[in-house]
Write a protein of this length. Structure first.
Length: 109
């Protein structure tokens, strides 16, 4: 009786493990090393704001894959992140962040 229960429990653990493996898209329940974070914000004045505020919901590559866009884009983008998507970026950090994004990823004008 006890032995049967033990067997049952082991069985369900294996099933759970397989389920996780299936969800992760791999065939074996191995440890799943995450790929190293290769895309990070480029260094520069204000990079720490982006590093702290702009990776809460998505990775830095949302920024780095954008073409060199003008300041108006970054201004509007940061406003959109705050107002539409709820980024908790404090108002006094908006200007320095837009500066950083324009200089580092965009183009002046
Ligand atoms: C202030 C730092 C910050 C920057 C810069 C930033 N995000 Fe976003 N961001 C989003 C969502 C949602 C999208 C749209 C994703 C999609 O369309 O797949 C997005 C998309 C983007 C895009 C792609 C272009 C676009 O407009 O869709 C850029 C660039 C971007 N974010 C920059 C939620 C957030 C949240 C969550 C509260 C935070 C914090 C956030 N974003 C912080 C930031």
């Amino acid at each position: 009786m006890f032995a049967a229960m033990k067997k049952l429990r082991t069985g369900s653990l294996i099933v759970t493990g397989m389920l996780f493996a299936a969800l992760a898209g791999v065939s074996a329940p191995l440890t799943l090393p995450l790929p190293p974070e290769t895309v990070q914000f480029k260094p520069g004045k204000g990079a720490e704001i982006a590093g702290a505020q702009c990776v809460l919901c998505h990775s830095a590559d949302y920024v780095s894959i954008q073409p060199a866009l003008p300041r108006a884009f970054w201004q509007a983008n940061v406003q959109k992140m705050r107002e539409k998507y709820g980024a908790p970026l404090p108002e006094p950090l908006v200007a320095p962040l837009v500066d950083y994004l324009t200089k580092t990823y965009g183009k002046e004008k």
